[in-house]
Design a protein around this ligand. Structure first.
Ligand SMILES: Cc1cc2nc3c(=O)[nH]c(=O)nc-3n(C[C@H](O)[C@H](O)[C@H](O)COP(=O)(O)O)c2cc1C
Length: 356
C-alpha cells in the first residue's frame, strides 16, 4: 500500500469543470437506519485507519469512519491477545463507525461479521475491491467481482448473521477490468446486493486491474448513481481536496463521498468540505494547528498501543502530514529518519514551533 500511496500522490487529481451550482443541494447521508450527516466520510484504509486515526478524523469533522479491512479468519483468531486486541477496540466518541470484512470462503463471513457486531461496529462493510496481489491471488477482495454468485452468497451470509438494525454495506471497484463482461458482473452484484438488503454501496471508480494507476472514472460513478436511483451510493477515488469532495457530489450525484488518501495526513479535509459546502471556504491549517493535531494523534496512538508501535505508526502518518508544511520535503525526510518517539517529538519541536 505504501507504493500505492506514493505512486498516486504524484498523479494530478482530475478536473471537473462544472459551472458553480448555486442551488446544488447537499443532503445529509444516512446508511440504512444510521444517520451520518454531512456526506464526506473517511474510507477504510489498511495500515492507517486504526482507532487513533478514526478519532482524529471524528474530532476534526468526519461524520463516519471505517476501520481498516480485516480478513475473516484473522478476526476469528483475535482472542484478546494484547498485541492484536486494538483491532476490535472502539471508543465511545467514534460512533458511528464501520468494520470491514474480507475473505474468500462465504461460510467464514457470517461468524466474522458476528464478531464485528459484538465488538460494537455500527455498520458491517464487505470488501469486494482490494486489488493487492495477495488478496486477489487468495480469491479475496476484488477477486469476487469476477464471480457474482459467490459475492452474493457472501452478502447473504453476512446479512443473515447481522441483526437487522445494523446496516450491511459493500465496497466495490467498478469491475475487474474494462471488458463488457466485467461491467455486467458489476451491475449484477450491485443490484443483487441491494435486493438482499444491503443499505449502501461504496464504488471506487477504478478497476481491480488498474490498481491505483490512472484516474478514478467519475463518469462511471454518475452512471451508477443514475442506475441506483434512490438506493445509496458513496463515491470513491481521487478525493484529495475539499473541493474535489464537493465536485464529486455535484458531478456524479452520489449520496456521499469516501475520502481515502486525501485524509491521510490531512484530517482537516472533512471540515474544509463542510465549510466549502456552506460557502465559507476554510484556509489550510497553520503550523500551530498542525502541531496540535500531530501531538494529539501521537497521544492517542500511545494510549491505544505502546511507545514502540506509536513511533512507527506516527512516522507513517507524519510523513503524510508533512505535505501541508511550507517545507514539505525537509520535514518529510526528518520524520522518515526518526527511530523513536523522542526523535519524532524533536522533529515536531524543530519544524512546528514557528507560527507560520
Ligand atoms: C493505503 C491504502 C489502504 C487502503 N485500504 C483499504 C481498505 O482497507 N479497505 C477498502 O475498502 N479500501 C481501501 N483502500 C482503498 C480506498 O478506500 C479508496 O477506495 C482508494 O484509495 C481510492 O480513493 P482515493 O483515490 O481518493 O485515495 C485503501 C487505499 C490505500 C491507498
Amino acid at each position: 500500500m505504501t507504493n500505492a500511496t506514493s505512486q498516486l500522490d504524484r498523479l494530478p487529481p482530475p478536473v471537473w469543470n462544472q459551472p458553480p451550482a448555486a442551488s446544488f443541494p447537499i443532503r445529509p447521508l444516512s446508511i440504512g437506519g444510521v444517520a451520518i450527516g454531512f456526506p464526506a466520510v473517511q474510507a477504510a484504509l489498511s495500515g492507517y485507519s486504526d482507532g487513533p486515526m478514526r478519532i482524529v478524523a471524528r474530532r476534526l469533522g468526519a461524520t463516519y469512519t471505517l476501520a481498516e479491512v480485516m480478513i475473516d479468519r484473522f478476526i476469528m483468531e483475535l482472542k484478546g491477545r494484547r498485541k492484536t486486541q486494538h483491532h476490535l477496540r472502539i471508543t465511545d466518541e467514534e460512533h458511528p463507525v464501520g468494520g470491514q470484512l474480507m475473505g474468500s470462503n462465504p461460510v467464514d463471513f457470517g461468524p466474522a461479521a458476528e464478531k464485528l457486531v459484538a465488538a460494537g461496529f455500527d455498520v458491517i462493510d464487505i470488501n469486494f475491491g482490494c486489488p493487492v496481489k495477495t488478496a486477489v491471488g487468495g480469491c479475496r477482495g476484488g477477486y469476487h467481482l469476477s464471480q457474482p454468485h459467490v459475492a452474493l452468497e457472501i452478502v447473504d451470509r453476512v446479512r443473515e448473521a447481522v441483526p437487522l438494525q445494523i446496516p450491511v454495506t459493500l465496497k466495490m471497484r467498478r469491475g475487474i477490468d474494462d471488458s463488457p463482461q466485467s461491467r455486467d458482473r458489476f451491475f449484477e452484484i450491485l443490484d443483487g446486493a441491494f435486493a438482499r438488503g444491503v443499505a449502501a454501496i461504496t464504488v471506487h471508480g477504478r478497476t481491480v486491474d488498474q490498481k491505483y494507476v490512472g484516474a478514478s472514472n467519475w463518469d462511471f460513478l454518475r452512471e451508477v448513481k443514475a442506475h441506483a436511483g434512490s438506493r445509496t451510493i458513496i463515491g470513491s477515488g481521487d478525493l484529495f481536496t475539499a473541493q474535489a469532495c464537493i465536485d464529486m457530489l455535484r458531478w456524479t450525484g452520489v449520496d456521499g463521498v469516501s475520502v481515502a488518501r486525501g485524509a491521510i495526513g490531512n484530517p482537516w479535509i472533512f471540515q474544509q468540505a463542510q465549510a466549502l459546502a456552506e460557502g465559507f471556504p476554510m484556509p489550510e491549517p497553520d503550523l500551530v494547528e498542525q502541531r496540535r493535531v500531530l501531538l494529539m494523534h501521537c497521544e492517542l496512538c500511545i494510549s491505544a498501543t505502546n511507545e514502540a508501535t506509536a513511533s512507527s505508526t506516527m512516522r507513517a502518518h507524519s510523513i503524510k502530514f508533512a505535505r501541508l508544511h511550507p517545507q514539505p520535503d525537509a520535514v518529510r525526510n526528518a520524520f522518515a529518519a526518526s527511530h523513536c518517539l523522542s526523535e519524532w517529538r524533536a522533529v515536531v519541536d524543530e519544524w512546528y514551533s514557528k507560527t507560520t
